[in-house]
Design a protein around this ligand. Sequence first.
Ligand code: TUI
Length: 312
Amino acid sequence: MQTEITKLLGIEYPIIQGGMAWVAEHHLAAGVSEAGGLGLIGAAAAPAEWVREQIRAAKKLTDKPFGVNIMLMSPHAAEVAKVVVEEGVKVVTTGAGNPEEYMDMWKAAGVKVIPVVASVALAKRMARSGADAVVAEGCESGGHIGETTTMALVPQVVDAVDIPVIAAGGIADGRGIAAAFMLGARAVQMGTVFVVAKEAQVHENYKERILKAKDIDTRVTGRTTGHPVRALRNDMTKKYLELEAAGAGLEELENITVGSLRAAVVEGDVKNGTIMAGQIAGLVKKEETCKELIGRLVQETDKLIKGAGFYE
Ligand code: TUI
């Protein structure tokens, strides 16, 4: 399954694990990379020294390439941007903003740069700034999202840029991966399906909510604040959406989400915490090791691509 992306990154399979806040720590990232995909450590809003420790810990578990995702709204983003260079990380992905100010430093250090984009405009700008590839992330994704679906976004980004495109949002099995290839993507990034991986250090309550989720169980909070976030519905999303409908201000809304992702992932508070997950959660039915999961995804995709059998 070699593609422009597997060649660019020196990996076996065109499967990238999303850089999920609190979830994507070194055990998961190393597990995905060991299984032949690209694991990512999610820097999220963590201090730069935590990221450095995570990178060193991942290196103890795998010799294969892995990356770091930098959440650009983090107050520590600039420091983390330097740490990845100092620690010799091979790949950086970015989210929730425009990484232009760090691009020259990363390119000079030989880091492969893959911004996550939710629009054609940002994809074009990233390609002009020297990005090696982009992740086109549709609004089926969990967490912070854009406006456009994967089905509509991926082919428009593919047509707009000359660098390889990685599809994300709403993908959790071989059918989704094969569909992404049909849209012109050269790899996929998946998040929700990796939250339930055995290696993921995520509270059982969180995993159980994903495993039991149905197709219509996600909600998007924060549309009124300009930071829409998709998560599984619970008391928190209900309260948040009621407050938004009543015209609540940013401060009142932030009060109910401060520390809420950590509460769900680490403490297992799935009532009042934020259970970020994508719309594909309803398809995710079992906890597997990264090796089992990636092996199955590759087999499913291969079968579809090689002998699609659409015509009678
Ligand atoms: O970043 C993500 N997903 C995330 S970040 C995150 S942490 C967070 N928690 C609470 C509130 C907000 C964030 C959880 N999930 N995905 C990549 C992504 N990037 N999706 C959308 C975008 C994006 C949006 C606007 C990228 C750029 C942008 O504007 C670019 C500009 O020109 O500033």
